[in-house]
Each structure stands twice: as C-alpha cells, then as structure tokens.
Design a protein around this ligand. Structure first.
Ligand code: CO8
Length: 261
C-alpha cells in the first residue's frame, strides 16, 4: 500500500462499500498544502478504483476538518509564482469524482477547508463544526469555489457577508442556511456519514453516477438546457440492466438486485 503522510484511508460498511478518508495533519489543523492535496487526489483515485466502493467520506479531526490552505506555504509566494505554477490547479479533484462524496465536518472548515467540503456532494456536520471564508482577513479572497459554490449553497447576501467579514457560522446556522444537510453529535458524525454512504451504496452505481451528473449540471446550465440534459440522462438509464431490474423488482414486489450494469 502507498505510504500516506497526511491522511488515512480505510473501508467501512457492508462489503467495504464506503471509503473513509481522514485528513491527518494535526499539527497544522489539517491545513491544505500541495503535498496533502496530491495525496488526497491519489487516495480518492485509489478508492474510486475499488469496485465495491460507492461512496467516499472525507473527514478530519474533531478539532478541524481543515483550517484552510497552508498559509505558511503561501506567505512568501508572489503573483508570478502562483500564476506560472497554476497554484490550486488540481485542488478540485473531489468535485469530479464519479462516486458519491460525503464531507463529514467536525471542527473548523475554513477557507480552503470550507471549499473542499463544498466540493463534496453532501455535507454532514458535527455540532461543533464552524464554517467560514476568512481569506479577507489575510488580504486575499477565496480561491477554490468560496465565491461561487457558497453563493449557490446559501445565497448571495449570506455568501457576501461571510466572505466580506471573514466571520464563521456554526453547524446549526450552516444547516438552517442549507450548506449542510444534517447535524450530529461529534462522536457520531463519521458513523452517520458511513451509514448514509451505505444506504447510497445499495443503489445502482451507474444510476448514482448519472444522477450526480444531472444534479451537477444544474450548477452550470440554464433551466431549459438543464432540463434537456436531464431528459437525455433519464433516457440513457433505459440502456442499463439496472433500470430494467429496478422496475421489474417493483412490479414483482421484491427487492432489486442491482449489478451496476
Ligand atoms: N495554514 C497553516 N497553518 C495553520 C493554518 C493554516 N490555514 N491554520 C492553522 N494553522 C496552524 C497554526 O499556525 C498553528 O501552528 P503552530 O502551532 O506551529 O503555531 C496550529 O495550526 C494550530 O493553530 P492555532 O494555534 O491558530 O489554533 P487555534 O485553536 O488558536 O485557532 C483557528 C484555530 C481559528 C482555525 C486558527 O488556526 C486560524 O484562524 N487558522 C487560519 C484560518 C484561515 O485563515 N484559513 C484560510 C486560509 S486561506 C485559504 O484557505 C485560501 C483558499 C485556497 C483554496 C483551497 C482549495 C481547497
């Protein structure tokens, strides 16, 4: 197995259907550095390649999901360096996973940490989670979706307020605003995320992937275009065995046996 320095990977749930990636750079509150993000990308690819894996949970510690991009790494860089090196390119790998990605956020999800959580399909939070985009306090702005995904998640006025003040919101607020879908006691959060992953894993993987693709299109397209794409993707499920099995099982009053084909 590849040596991992900044995170842990294990498989949980029935048939090991849920990969759990735990960010593990405690000394820096899981600050996201280039090496950590490279490791995360490789680990996601490894988890995706397991035929049983339908969902990937990304979590951190109870103190921090991730306290943002590594400020010490960025401190001395200049414009030409970040521009030439295309800094942050590849940091959005999570958002293009064909598997279902669940962020289980305990503690701080700040800056790049909040952005990483928003790249997931579903965010669950622990009661002590804190979300924010504090880049403005550093004289900069969010660079991996904070000004874009946050607006879509919570609306313009709230996104403006968070990004312009750098203030944090707690888990309850994040849930009320629709940034996260549920809040759990901190010590139960990862188990709940795995349970959710297991439930999702009982569906047809091909249907899950198509469904994700359709929902993600709503971010990019007008309603008319989005509805058109949805219809085509819906039709495409009729090319799968799983669609036939799902409807046949319903008619025969039994559980479907999906084969991901
Ligand atoms: N980068 C580097 N080191 C960090 C970071 C960070 N973002 N956050 C915390 N650390 C380090 C601290 O320097 C400290 O190290 P040391 O012991 O060597 O001094 C250690 O972690 C513990 O931190 P604190 O002592 O500060 O812990 P506190 O409990 O007192 O405070 C806070 C916790 C409030 C979370 C505080 O650490 C903090 O404010 N951190 C910075 C938060 C922030 O500004 N984040 C935004 C960074 S900019 C950014 O993310 C740009 C987005 C780019 C895109 C990313 C794509 C995924």
């Amino acid at each position: 197995a590849p040596k991992r320095e900044y995170l842990l990977l294990d498989y949980r749930g029935a048939n090991n259907c849920v990969a759990v990636i735990t960010l593990n750079r405690p000394k820096a509150l899981n600050a996201l550095s280039d090496p950590l993000m490279q490791e995360l990308n490789c680990t996601i690819a490894e988890a995706e390649a397991q035929p049983n894996v339908a969902a990937i949970v990304i979590t951190g510690s109870e103190k921090a999901f991730a306290a943002g991009a590594d400020i010490k790494q960025m401190q001395t860089r200049n414009f030409v360096q970040v521009y030439k090196d295309n800094f942050l390119s590849g940091w959005d790998r999570v958002s293009s996973s064909p598997r279902v990605v669940i962020a289980a956020v305990n503690g701080y999800a700040l800056g790049g940490g909040c952005e990483l959580a928003m790249m997931a399909d579903i965010i669950l939070a622990g009661e002590k989670a804190k979300f924010g985009q504090p880049e403005i306090n550093l004289g900069t702005i969010p660079g991996a979706g904070g000004t874009q995904r946050l607006v879509r998640a919570i609306g313009k006025s709230r996104a403006m307020q968070l990004c312009l003040t750098g203030e944090m919101i707690n888990a309850k607020q994040a849930c009320d605003w629709g940034l996260v879908s549920a809040v759990y006691p901190p010590d139960q959060l990862v188990d709940e995320a795995v349970k959710l992953g297991e439930k999702i894993a009982s569906k047809s993987k091909v249907a899950l992937q198509i469904c994700k693709e359709a929902i993600n299109k709503s971010y990019d397209l007008s309603l008319t275009e989005g509805l058109r794409v949805e219809k085509q993707l819906f039709y495409s499920t009729f090319a799968t065995n799983d669609r036939k099995e799902g409807m046949t099982a319903f008619v025969e009053k039994r559980e479907p046996r999906f084969t991901d084909s």
